[in-house]
Design a binder for this molecule. Structure first.
Ligand code: SF4
Length: 401
């Protein structure tokens, strides 16, 4: 059975249509809008697949290709391993003999791979414009200003920063410098418990500054740790004091950064109601980057890896509606023809920045390596890499990983 939108089959859009909508720019401080430095093969080149295969074969064990679950099919075909951002970072770290790590994902993932691999290994992102809109919502100067606000109010000492994997290396480094940890969508509850234990436990008055995804922070705190919605405040970096009164910051247990995922933030309670009406007996499974209301309306909430495993374990004939990125949903639908896999939204939505990695960029990056040129290498500066590694190592030391 093929993937569908709410209750009806959908026509698959041409992936290139999205790219036409994306502008280009030159802001090197942003994860987005950086022009490609080289001359790409034409997308219409009928030999692209053969060229990619030839370059891949020529590079052999010198190259290891990582493919994120949300990546396009034409790119995933060349991945040596697929997974979510955390799994891929660990896979990169487990390949010390690979000279080149080609990361088919987005910029913060390539940064994490660079931090976790040796200095001799080169991490390459085929298109430097493949950023993450969520990661871009927390700039390091904004986070430092926010910390100054907490310091001025006298509450920084009882606050532990926790940053989601989906953040820049600079934010991870900030977290390491201030005694916090990185977390993933799989281990956010463990990370939050660890953080609260450092400042008096869940029953105390200590706080967590959670960045950059307010929804993952809120969902984890309320659904898994038993805190209330009233314990959470949203810190808006564009407003003085985050748009909060001092008393609100002092009373809060979870200070949530005002960031979100542009893909998972699209799903609504109405989507859940519609799919339940259209497909009786459907199990609604959504990612914890969805809004709190959507997670409350769903049957199951879990990370990308959880979603993949849930579909693997599901009985034949079962019906599922998935609230996550469309490339993954389509692949799961094809991998499970004995199950009915529906897309939760009534309109299709890819991760547009992830989709910037396409076959022309992949061919260009690999053929450049064959020719002896490294293009689009991602390198984190040494000081940030050190402190980000501290925060990542703290995460790896958490129970359950
Ligand atoms: S799906 Fe959302 S969080 Fe993931 S890379 Fe895309 S914008 Fe970022």
């Amino acid at each position: 059975m093929s993937a569908t939108t709410t209750g009806r089959p959908f026509a698959e859009p041409a992936p290139s249509a999205l790219l036409l909508l994306l502008g280009q720019g030159t802001d090197l401080l942003s994860e987005r809008g950086v022009e490609c430095a080289g001359a790409l093969p034409a997308a219409s080149d009928p030999d692209l697949v053969d060229r990619a295969r030839a370059a891949r074969a020529a590079l052999g064990d010198r190259l290891f290709v990582l493919g994120h679950h949300y990546q396009r099919d034409e790119v995933i075909e060349f991945a040596d391993v697929t997974g979510d951002s955390f799994k891929l970072a660990r896979e990169a770290a487990a390949r010390p003999d690979a000279e080149f790590i080609l990361f088919c994902g987005v910029h913060f993932m390539a940064e994490s791979a660079d931090i976790l691999t040796s200095a001799a290994q080169q991490v390459i992102l085929p298109d430097l414009a493949a950023g993450c809109s969520m990661a871009d919502m927390a700039a390091i100067n904004q986070v430092e200003d926010a910390w100054d606000t907490l310091t001025d109010l006298g509450i920084a000492a009882q606050t532990v920063p926790v940053t989601y994997m989906n953040s820049t290396a600079a934010i991870k480094a900030f977290t390491g410098r201030h005694g916090g940890t990185v977390c993933t969508s799989s281990n956010a509850a463990v990370a939050l418990r660890w953080a609260f234990d450092r400042v008096g436990g869940l029953d105390g008055t200590g706080k967590v500054l959670f960045m950059p995804d307010q929804h993952l922070g809120r969902n984890t705190a309320v659904r898994e740790l038993g805190l209330s919605l009233a314990d959470c405040v949203v810190f808006d970096p564009r407003k003085p004091n985050g748009g909060l009164a001092p008393g609100e910051l002092e009373a809060a247990r979870m200070i949530l950064w005002r960031g979100h995922c542009s893909v998972h933030g699209r799903f609504s309670e109405a989507n859940v109601r519609d799919i339940r009406a259209a497909v009786p007996g459907v199990t609604v499974l959504v990612h914890p980057e969805c809004t709190h209301e959507v997670t409350e309306a769903a049957d199951l909430v879990g990370s990308t890896e959880f979603i993949v495993k849930a579909l693997d374990a599901a009985p034949a004939g079962s019906a599922w509606a998935l609230g996550t990125e469309l490339n993954l949903v389509r692949r799961l639908a094809r991998a499970h023809p004995d199950k009915a896999v529906h897309y939760l939204d009534s309109t299709v939505c890819f991760c547009s920045t992830m989709n910037r990695i396409d076959l022309p960029h992949l061919v260009w990056a690999m053929e450049s390596l064959v020719a002896g040129r490294t293009v689009n290498r991602v390198v984190v500066d040494a000081d940030d890499a050190h402190w980000a590694r501290v925060a990542l190592d703290q995460m790896l030391a958490l129970p359950g990983l």
